[in-house]
Design a protein around this ligand. Structure first.
Ligand SMILES: Cc1cc2nc3c(=O)[nH]c(=O)nc-3n(C[C@H](O)[C@H](O)[C@H](O)COP(=O)(O)O)c2cc1C
Ligand code: SF4
Length: 253
């Protein structure tokens, strides 16, 4: 066995010959690789990491973002070249830094953005995770989204139940609000009276998050789309087929 000092003194060719023996003993001469195509959704980035070799300035790209048909064309070209993996690459939130990125979003049919905080009820867009970072509240989220996507209008959603909430959302820069839970308790809603009373009488800590919604209504794909509903505990959630997974998955908020 050679010492580190002996190894460092070896000529490069002898060193690589020894390394080959070690490699062949462990793995043989098999080399594996995964042919993949890189799809750069946007090469603009709000950050300025010194080591970055990916991000470019707007003047160096033909457009801030790829269009869906361009993404598809790159993927098809990769497939034709034998790739069986696609790797999406992108900079972080370029619209925060570059007006051209903001303009592009506006010009390409983004009419409005809904900023939906963790308070939102029902079947909403929120991953179930213990990470506090994914649990952003509406009044913290809305002004950040407004700043990020302006002049695209922002609609606030999540935990807004009355005029005070609407006024607050407007003060934070939203142009409107999207209410969900509140409408279930309205006179016009066909929900059972008992359920309406339970909702109006509930405290915030009575709500649970439910991770079985995707099993029950898996559209748009066969596996659904990962959302975590926020609801009051009903007999359905607490028993029957849903219960095993629910017990593992729910957290109170
Ligand atoms: C019973 C119920 C079902 C919902 N289903 C959906 C849905 O299928 N897709 C969706 O994007 N949002 C869904 N939402 C979320 C609403 O669009 C809205 O963003 C949310 O309810 C706002 O928060 P709030 O309930 O605190 O008012 C649902 C909300 C409720 C209350
Ligand atoms: S693309 Fe990644 S590494 Fe490059 S500047 Fe942005 S965050 Fe930094």
């Amino acid at each position: 066995m050679l010492s580190d000092a002996d190894l460092l003194r070896l000529p490069l060719e002898d060193l690589t010959a020894l390394a080959r023996v070690v490699r062949d003993g462990a793995h043989g001469r098999r080399v594996t690789f995964s042919p993949k195509v890189f799809i750069p959704l946007t090469m603009l980035c709000r950050d300025k990491c010194g080591y970055c070799t990916f991000a470019k300035a707007p003047a160096r790209v033909t457009a801030p973002y790829l269009l869906p048909e361009e993404v598809l064309a790159i993927a098809e070209a990769g497939k034709a070249a034998g790739c069986h993996e696609a790797l999406f690459t992108l900079g972080e939130r370029p619209e925060l830094r570059y007006p051209s990125a903001r303009r592009w979003l506006e010009e390409h049919g983004v009419d409005a953005v809904i900023a939906q905080g963790v308070e939102a009820g029902g079947h909403r867009a929120m991953f179930l995770t213990s990470e506090p970072a994914s649990q952003v509240g509406t009044l913290v989220l809305v002004p950040q989204i407004v700043d990020a996507v302006s002049p695209i209008p922002v609609v606030a959603a999540g935990g807004i139940f009355d005029g005070r909430g609407i006024a607050a959302a407007l003060m934070f820069g939203a142009v409107g609000v999207n209410l969900g839970t509140r409408f279930i308790t309205s006179t016009e809603a066909p929900a059972p009276e008992e359920w309406k009373r339970a909702m109006t009488g509930a405290k915030s800590e009575d709500a649970i998050k439910v991770d079985v919604l995707n099993d029950i209504s898996p559209l748009p794909g066969t596996e659904g789309f990962h959302t975590v509903g926020r609801s009051l505990p009903t007999a359905f959630w607490m028993s029957g087929a849903a219960s095993a997974k629910r017990r593992d998955a729910i957290v109170t908020v």
